[in-house]
Design a protein around this ligand. Structure first.
Ligand code: SAH
Length: 244
């Protein structure tokens, strides 16, 4: 009787453990799924081929399940070489632009990162694959709620979200090693410069709404001096302010 029980519990436990094992892999960190080949292809032909080399960025782009961040009707287009609509007049950025901005930030496993413009949550997820902690601010409440749900469903534990005007950054967690702004501003918000650590880097599209803007890399030296470098011409949705 005892033997039978042990045997039975082995056979019951085995499938449960198997499920748990594959269940754990099936979260954020890229088990094989229907889109694995599309993701590999995206990294090879859209990202590596355009000169992205950062050994943290490439695997992160291959791991994050981009199709989980787009509306279900657009899943089949998720790995295309372009931005996609996510509702509320907003877009998820083109994969290459996400990779480029992430590489420019030089994020590593000790970094604390601030993102302005959570949107779908995709850029935050890519950062969270590399960094220690990601803080992300979104002004549109339904996007804040939806991205928060997506990120927790996928198992991201090192991302904190906030529904506020990101112009003011997120002061309580400052200073940040890196700041990424994923909406275009007419000028660089001074609170963000203030919240950047000496030695830190910020990437932000600067320019008029719905026209060609400049992707700018801002570096703060250890002594606090600011330097800027224009990296590329881009087109992002505008940074809006409450009441606009
Ligand atoms: N990083 C996003 C891209 C989102 S598009 C992604 O990976 O999907 C830019 C986002 O910036 C939009 O969701 C928009 O609502 C948001 N946004 C615009 N102005 C903002 C502001 N002042 N503060 C915070 N978020 C803002």
């Amino acid at each position: 009787m005892k033997k039978l029980k042990r045997g039975a519990s082995f056979f019951i436990c085995f499938p449960v453990m198997t499920l748990l094992f594959f269940g754990a892999l099936g979260t954020a960190a890229g088990a094989d799924d229907a889109y694995t080949a599309a993701r590999k292809d995206m990294v090879l032909h859209q990202i590596k081929s355009r000169g992205i080399v950062d050994p943290n960025v490439l695997p992160a782009m291959e791991r994050v399940l981009r199709h989980e961040f787009v509306p279900s009707s657009r899943k089949k287009d998720a790995y295309d070489d372009r931005p996609l609509p996510i509702g509320y007049g907003q877009t998820i950025s083109q994969p290459y632009i996400v990779a480029l901005m992430t590489q420019l930030l030089k994020v590593d496993h000790d970094s604390t990162v601030l993102e302005i413009g959570t949107g779908s949550g995709y850029q935050a997820a890519v950062l969270a694959e590399i960094a220690k902690a990601v803080y992300t601010v979104e002004i549109v409440q339904p996007l804040h709620v939806r991205s928060g749900k997506t990120l927790s469903r996928l198992g991201y534990k090192n991302i904190s979200t906030l529904n506020k005007d990101g112009y003011f950054g997120w002061a309580v967690h400052a200073p940040y090693d890196a700041i990424v702004v994923t909406c275009a501003a007419d000028f660089v918000p001074p609170p963000l410069i203030k919240q950047l650590k000496p030695g830190g880097r910020m990437c932000i599209p600067v320019g008029p709404p719905f026209k060609v803007q400049h992707l700018v890399l801002i570096t703060k030296t250890e002594t606090g001096t600011i330097s800027t470098k224009v990296i590329a011409s881009v087109r992002f949705v505008p940074l809006t302010r409450k009441g606009e």
